[in-house]
Design a protein around this ligand. Sequence first.
Ligand SMILES: *[C@@H]1O[C@H](CO)[C@@H](O)[C@H](O)[C@H]1NC(C)=O
Ligand SMILES: *[C@@H]1O[C@H](CO)[C@@H](O)[C@H](O)[C@H]1NC(C)=O
Length: 176
Amino acid sequence: MLLRLQAIIFICSVVIWQSASVEQSSPRTGIEVAKFYGGLSPRSSSRDQIDKQNGDFRPLQFRFNYSSHINGWWCVKMYEGRGSWEDNYLCTNYDIGLSWSWTLQDVCMLSLKCVFTVEPSDAWWYDNALCLPSNSKIELVWSFCGPRENLSCIQLYDPSSPSYFHDNYLCWRQTK
Ligand SMILES: *[C@@H]1O[C@H](CO)[C@@H](O)[C@H](O)[C@H]1NC(C)=O
Ligand SMILES: *[C@@H]1O[C@H](CO)[C@@H](O)[C@H](O)[C@H]1NC(C)=O
């Protein structure tokens, strides 16, 4: 009887230990802030530039690449451990403090304003979000059904992802 109890306790602790180590070795959790990639040095690096602008700043551009970061741009990897989303990068031509969050707890930080990049046909995308500092003058808009009128938009096209991803767009506008 005692032996059997010991065996059960042993098995339980192995199970607990194993799930703990799976937790630890799970790739990455949380949030990633855009960083500058490669090549040229960033043109006066600044998250603040956008707030200092007086309307004569060079236009903000977004670019998406499904296989690589873009040299000379500020990029976040839009990491989602499933499907083909382990090497997709969203980049801007200068630093706007963009971040990518793939767990729910980070999007509730008071210092951030986030848009969920929801894809209703995909059960795993409900908790992914793009975020900016809450005082940013840039407004992000997410669309899973094509570009939005009167906003600047880019398609987040990854040919390896299911077709229901192919009408997903990130749009933005800058407020004065
Ligand atoms: C993505 O980046 C790779 C490597 O720099 C480049 O060859 C490719 O043209 C880029 N694709 C797009 C869609 O920008
Ligand atoms: C888009 O802009 C045009 C021209 O300014 C305007 O006529 C139209 O009502 C706008 N559409 C929306 C949905 O705001």
